[in-house]
Design a protein around this ligand. Sequence first.
Ligand SMILES: NC(=O)c1ccc[n+]([C@@H]2O[C@H](COP(=O)([O-])OP(=O)(O)OC[C@H]3O[C@@H](n4cnc5c(N)ncnc54)[C@H](O)[C@@H]3O)[C@@H](O)[C@H]2O)c1
Ligand SMILES: O=C(O)C[C@H](O)C(=O)O
Length: 335
Amino acid sequence: MTTATTQPVNVTVTGAAGQIGYALLFRIASGQMLGPDTPVRLRLLEIPQGVKAAEGTAMELDDCAFPLLAGIDIHDDPRAGFEGANVALLVGARPRGPGMERADLLEANGGIFKPQGEAINAVAADDVKVLVVGNPANTNALIAASNAPDVPKDRFTAMTRLDHNRALSQVAARAGVPVAEVRRLTIWGNHSASQYPDLFHADVAGRPGSELAQDRAWLLDDFVPTVAKRGAAIIDARGASSAASAANAAVDHVHDWVLGTPEGDWTSAGIWSDGSYGVPEGIMSSFPVTSAGGPGATWDVVPDLEIGELSRERIDASVAELVEERDAVRGLGLI
Ligand SMILES: NC(=O)c1ccc[n+]([C@@H]2O[C@H](COP(=O)([O-])OP(=O)(O)OC[C@H]3O[C@@H](n4cnc5c(N)ncnc54)[C@H](O)[C@@H]3O)[C@@H](O)[C@H]2O)c1
Ligand SMILES: O=C(O)C[C@H](O)C(=O)O
């Protein structure tokens, strides 16, 4: 990763003409993702039908005259779109259509993330860092990583930062403290309604999160489902899925990966499990993670957290869903 230098970082964004793309690209180009000293070159990857709209977004990016934006190119071929990519944000995905079962969705997205993984393997920069946003994010990341055998598995991640940020906001509101005073929350498992937002290890303005968790009715009937089903609530209210908050979470994820997580805090990311906390190896599950930042930065799982019975059950349930998804895509020959 190139930081604090005049060498531009190549950032590939797929689904660039979509609603998240529109909320994301301007923030990347303004320096909010990689910092104020790092120029970026944007590679927009779309399907052929999306190219014209991506061209319109590129025109608007030009019109912002961002000092850090070193260039934009637009592609509909993954081999060209990921050429030299240092950071790859895989946003474009096939949404669930009427009558589509989960397996149909996994298969349709396999048709996107398998070739994209192969292309990243073939043409991305040696230091590529990948964030999968497109749903089902964890399993799409698993497909991409599994089809990029020459890229270390820890370079592929799935986005659960939006869930993490949602949980921070809910806890701050409940405790009546500024959101900046809530630290060390964790999202475990899948970016789906089965996810488990864990506040037992949190620091809430100097008080242990376990104190708030003592109100089990609030914890289990309010906090956990509000966070886990927030995506659906946004769709219901907006008539479209979250976009600006999703783009914000993608910016936060890459920012903290490349520049480091704040001292004394951690965040959540879907990463290739190494077996930590009893999560089976080789699925993309969300964990509490830190990054030291800098060249070669990795997400490191926060060690030695005590997992109580309630948390254990919830983590295991979400992990079981991920195992099912892995088995389904394995059955489809995608991994
Ligand atoms: N992980 C998260 O927290 C999170 C949060 C919000 C949304 N999402 C997911 O992000 C994805 C994108 O959401 P959106 O609102 O921007 O959708 P959108 O439909 O507005 O845009 C998706 C874009 O992807 C493009 N696309 C489709 N297939 C592609 C391919 N093979 N290569 C390149 N581009 C391709 C489409 O042409 C479209 O422009 C969805 O899967 C959504 O469910 C994830
Ligand atoms: O929940 C969804 O389908 C959209 C997205 O993943 C979200 O969490 O907002």
